[in-house]
Structure formats: structure tokens, C-alpha cells
Design a protein around this ligand. Structure first.
Ligand code: NAP
Length: 322
């Protein structure tokens, strides 16, 4: 019997990992995922997939564990989604961010080179690598000027992914994904903080929502649409880099407005400015140009901004309801 196509996902316990695992399983793939040790549990996004995915112990900080995991999984596709992914934390823990998000990617590429060099590898790059960009819309060839230790770490990982493709001839694809959200987003991220607050205030369980700079504009899509794009990138025989974005940019204030409207509340009565939440260096606006992905991968986002906010608020209302 032929072995099913096999994927190995680092960061499987995260937002994107859970969507990607689900999509791959539904397409008949076998899925292995790397899980780091946690004293308090990190499997809440995977509960519905337990028994269908094979979880392997390991950590991006530990090369031996990665070599062992890749040797066990013998994957056709490797998705490196693991990272210290929260921008705000990257100023407080810049060295850890570099160790995990930058050098962790290097360790994973090494593990694949040693244990399964013909696997196709996806590296999860970010629009944060562009930072302050002169371009009105950022594309694959827009120069990077990252504005946070997270952006710098991702830029290192991106360049190294391209370097492994060019110097070792490995099939490595570097995605450059703009912000993508969902009801599975971590509660520390601003979008989820807003959707949770709208739900909790509606239910009388919270009084105010404190935010930093609400004028910041981002290109926000739905995570499930973006994980489809990751898989499409690896299915293409030519490894290249792709920007994935909606092409629209909305402010944090727009997000707040839509979230509170979804529960019939006037946000102006509940939102407070908190200067302690301002970042040491901000990126005022990001907006991507995904024409290449549209043309070469046939990729298009299915969930629009309003529908995304609505679905996050609905999910939080359900979670928070007594
Ligand atoms: P996420 O929800 O924060 O998930 C991060 C994952 O990395 C979690 O599974 C986490 O495990 C794991 N991880 C952290 N440190 C690790 C370590 N030392 N060893 C092994 N695993 C470790 O992130 P996401 O939103 O799914 O994003 C997926 C990837 O895309 C990340 O690399 C992120 O930086 C990148 N990205 C995200 C966006 C976005 O808007 N979501 C945009 C561009 C790029 P625990 O569960 O144990 O913490």
C-alpha cells in the first residue's frame, strides 16, 4: 500500500498550525506536529484533532529533538510555523525571540537537511519584515526595514530559507504573510483582545477596553484562508516566495467599531487610551500586494474584513456566555 502524503508542522498548537492540520487531514494527508513541553497545557486548539494527528515532543531550541522528529515523520512537506510570534514580547525578550524565531528556523532547516533533505519546506515569514516601507503596497521584492526584534528575527529566517534553497538546492519556500486572525487567535493579540472585550462588555463581565495606538492600519485576513495558501505554495514544483494579503488596510479603530457594532454597542463609551501599550517603534500602515499568489497559485481570500470581525466576536460571545 502506498504511504499517504505526510506533513510535519512545527507550531501545530498555534492558530495557523491548527487550521493547517485540519485542512491537510481533510485532504487525506498524514500529519505530524511538534509540541514543546508545557506545564499548563497548550493543546486547546487541537482538541478536535487529537487521535488524528501524531504529536512529537520537541523544541525549536533543541536541534537534536528536531532531527529526531523529522527522522520519525519522514515528511513530504515541512511547515515551520513555530515562533515567538508576539511583537510586543519581542522588545521585552529580544534574545529569546532571536533564539526561537531566527535561530529556531536555522535549526529546523538543518534538521531537514540532515534527516530529510528532499522534503519541501515552508518558512512562515511576516509582513513585519517590511516595517516602515516606502511602498504603498508591499510585494515580494519590497525591501525590508523591520521595526521590532520580531521583525528582525523573521527577516533572518526569511533570508536563511532563501539561502538554503540557493546553496543546498533544497525546496524551500518563504511565505510573507500579512496579519491573519480568527477565533483561535491568542488572547494577547489586539484583534482577539478587542473581540473578547466586545463580547465580555456585552455580557456585563468587563467594563472597559484599554488600547494603545488605534490609528495603526493593517492588512487583516482570515487564518484559514492563509493556511490554504501555505499548502498551495508547497504544492508548486518551483520553490519561490509569495506575499499573502487581502490588499485592504483597516485601522485598529475600524476593528473596534465593527466588533462593538456586532454586539449592538457604541465603542466610544468603553474604549480608553493606555499609553503604556504604545510600542517603542510602530509601523503606521501595512498593505500587501498578493498579485503573484493570485496569478501563480490561484489563491484568493474568501473571508472579508467585516465577516472576520463578526465571526471572532460571535465565537467569543459563545465562549464567554454563562
Ligand atoms: P501562534 O498562534 O503564536 O503559534 C506559535 C506556535 O509556535 C505555537 O504552537 C507555539 O507553541 C510554538 N512555539 C513557540 N516557541 C516554540 C519553541 N521554542 N519550540 C517549538 N514551538 C514553539 O502563531 P500563528 O499566528 O499561528 O502564526 C504561525 C506562524 O506564522 C508564526 O511563525 C508567526 O510568527 C507567523 N506569522 C503569523 C502571522 C499572523 O498574523 N498570525 C502573520 C505573519 C506571520 P505553544 O503553543 O507551546 O506556545
Amino acid at each position: 500500500m502506498r504511504r499517504p502524503k505526510t506533513a510535519f508542522i512545527t507550531g501545530i498548537t498555534g492558530q495557523d498550525g491548527s487550521f493547517l492540520a485540519e485542512q491537510l487531514l481533510n485532504s487525506g494527508w498524514q500529519v505530524f506536529g511538534l509540541v514543546r513541553r508545557s506545564a499548563s497545557g497548550n493543546l486547546w486548539r487541537l482538541e478536535h484533532l487529537i487521535g488524528r494527528v501524531v504529536l512529537l515532543d520537541g523544541d525549536l531550541l533543541d536541534l537534536g529533538s528536531l532531527v529526531q522528529a523529522v527522522t520519525t515523520a519522514q515528511p513530504d512537506h515541512v511547515y515551520n510555523l513555530a515562533a515567538q510570534s508576539f511583537v510586543a514580547t519581542s522588545w521585552k525578550q529580544p534574545l529569546l525571540t532571536g533564539e526561537v524565531t531566527a535561530l529556531g528556523a536555522a535549526r529546523l532547516l538543518e534538521a531537514v537537511r540532515i534527516a530529510r533533505p528532499d522534503a519541501r519546506v515552508y518558512q512562515a515569514g511576516s509582513s513585519e519584515m517590511f516595517g516602515t516601507s516606502e511602498a504603498d503596497q508591499q510585494r515580494e521584492d519590497t525591501p525590508f526595514h523591520p521595526r521590532s526584534p520580531y521583525g528582525v528575527a523573521k527577516a533572518y529566517a526569511h533570508h536563511l530559507a532563501v539561502n538554503y534553497r540557493e546553496s543546498h538546492g533544497m525546496h524551500v519556500v518563504a511565505g510573507i504573510l500579512f496579519n491573519h486572525e480568527s477565533e483561535r487567535r491568542g488572547p494577547e493579540f489586539v484583534t482577539r483582545k478587542i473581540s473578547m472585550a466586545a463580547a465580555r462588555i456585552k455580557l456585563g463581565r468587563q467594563k472597559v477596553l484599554k488600547l494603545g495606538d488605534v490609528t495603526v492600519r493593517r492588512d487583516w485576513g482570515f487564518a484559514g484562508d492563509y493556511t490554504r495558501a501555505m499548502h498551495a505554495m508547497l504544492c508548486r514544483d518551483q520553490p519561490e516566495d509569495y506575499v499573502i494579503a487581502t490588499g485592504e488596510s483597516w485601522s485598529v479603530s475600524d476593528f473596534v467599531d465593527r466588533a462593538f457594532s456586532a454586539v449592538g454597542l457604541d465603542h466610544r463609551l468603553y474604549v480608553e487610551h493606555d499609553p503604556s501599550l504604545l510600542r517603542p517603534a510602530e509601523i503606521p500602515v501595512l498593505r500587501g500586494d498578493a498579485s503573484k499568489a493570485r496569478e501563480e497559485l490561484g489563491w484568493r481570500p474568501k473571508v472579508c474584513f467585516d465577516a472576520l470581525v463578526e465571526r471572532m466576536v460571535r465565537a467569543d460571545l459563545k465562549r464567554e456566555a454563562p
